[in-house]
Design a protein around this ligand. Structure first.
Ligand SMILES: [Zn+2]
Length: 370
């Protein structure tokens, strides 16, 4: 039986002693685990007044300050928080221009140690010159080769990452598409998030395939003609003031992501529903709920995972209006990963303490940056 996210596979009494329901694991369709240490970061040198300004003043400074140790603990913290929210698989998009080589394996190891499935990629870009883009391509290739040499336990996957067409040359877009095809995977790329990427459809229309992940699509025309799953990130889009993607206008499959703001997919569903409703009085939470089901098709191994919730009706019309639904237990591949809300495979207190130390290092590096 295929169990949807909304399919209650059991109702009973969880190990916390409360009435509960059990579902399959949730999937985050687009994440940036490196951003887990960003919260509380020092303010940018100047206040951004546009989406490009947010990228230049916040995210493109942050990613340059990352080293492998920060990446490891940000991934562990992000994975821990995902598991605590019932999310057992993360589709991650990574960039760390001063620590590229080996970064994807550090992220995959960190997530698997916590007990979370991971699909990661390195977002190539020409922002740091052609050599930088090639180093990013090489890291995607290295990681995907490493995966092909491992026994497949369903815990880690990969794609080829591209930051966005507007920061890549046509040559490197083609290189990324060809590398992905050679490895039998798709490309994971931000598409038309802000007005700076208008025209992206013309540049990549001959490259996209059904296994691509097209992130955002806020400024894509309805009839863009691109192949792949569009991942909608409503909280991020609001936070960056880029507008409403209105994803139901597309014929592509639609999934749901957080774009680095945690991995609480029930919270993202709630926001996706009200954003949809704000634009359309006739909107039903069933639509945003179906986006969680699309996510599950992107990492089907989560059907082997179970999450027991502190609420007995995990269905769209309930979850949309229920303030707090806690995770009691999580099993990944039939083995315990959370019991009574506490991670069992790692020491959650240690991860939070180490992540706090690494966040302090990251924030001081940012303060020293010009
Ligand atoms: Zn993103």
């Amino acid at each position: 039986m295929v169990m949807g996210v909304g399919t209650v596979v059991g109702v009973g009494v969880g190990s916390g002693g409360v009435v509960s329901a059990t579902t399959t694991g949730l999937v985050c369709g687009h994440h940036h685990l490196y951003s887990a240490l960003a919260r509380g970061m020092p303010p940018p040198p100047s206040e951004p007044t546009s989406f490009l300004g947010i990228l230049e003043n916040v995210w493109w400074r942050l990613d340059q300050a990352l080293d492998l140790e920060m990446i490891e603990w940000s991934a562990k913290l992000g994975a821990l928080e995902a598991l605590e929210a019932g999310c057992t698989a993360i589709i991650d998009h990574h960039e760390s221009p001063r620590a590229i080589s080996g970064s994807l394996s550090v992220i995959a190891d960190a997530c698997n140690e916590v007990g979370v499935r991971i699909n990661t990629c390195y977002g190539i870009t020409d922002r740091h010159g052609s050599a930088g883009a090639l180093r990013g391509l090489a890291e995607n290739d290295r990681y995907l080769r490493e995966l092909s040499e491992r026994d497949d336990d369903g815990m880690r996957r990969g794609m080829v990452g591209v930051h966005a067409a507007f920061t890549c040359t046509d040559t490197h877009l083609v290189d990324a598409a060809e590398l992905a095809e050679a490895h039998g995977v798709g490309v994971h790329i931000h598409v038309a998030e802000g007005p700076d990427d208008i025209g992206v459809a013309d540049r990549i229309s001959d490259l996209t395939r059904d296994d691509w992940l097209l992130i955002h699509g806020v400024h894509l025309p309805d009839d863009h003609g691109l192949h792949g799953t569009i991942i909608h990130n409503p909280r991020s889009n609001m936070n960056n003031s880029v507008g409403y993607a209105d994803p139901i206008r597309f014929t592509n499959p639609i999934g749901l992501g957080t774009d680095g703001i945690g991995a609480d997919m029930l919270a993202e569903f709630q926001l996706a529903y009200v954003a949809h409703r704000a634009a359309d009085i006739g909107a039903s939470p069933d639509t945003a709920w179906s986006w969680l089901d699309t996510n599950r098709t992107l990492f089907p191994e989560v059907e082997r995972d179970t999450v027991t919730w502190s609420y007995d009706t995990i269905e769209p019309w309930h979850v949309a209006f229920t303030p707090t639904i806690n995770v009691i237990d999580v099993d990944v591949d039939g083995e315990s990963a959370v019991r009574n809300g506490v991670a069992t495979r790692v020491d959650a207190d240690e991860i939070r303490a180490k992540a706090t130390e690494q966040a302090a290092r990251l924030h001081s590096a940012l303060e020293e940056m010009p």
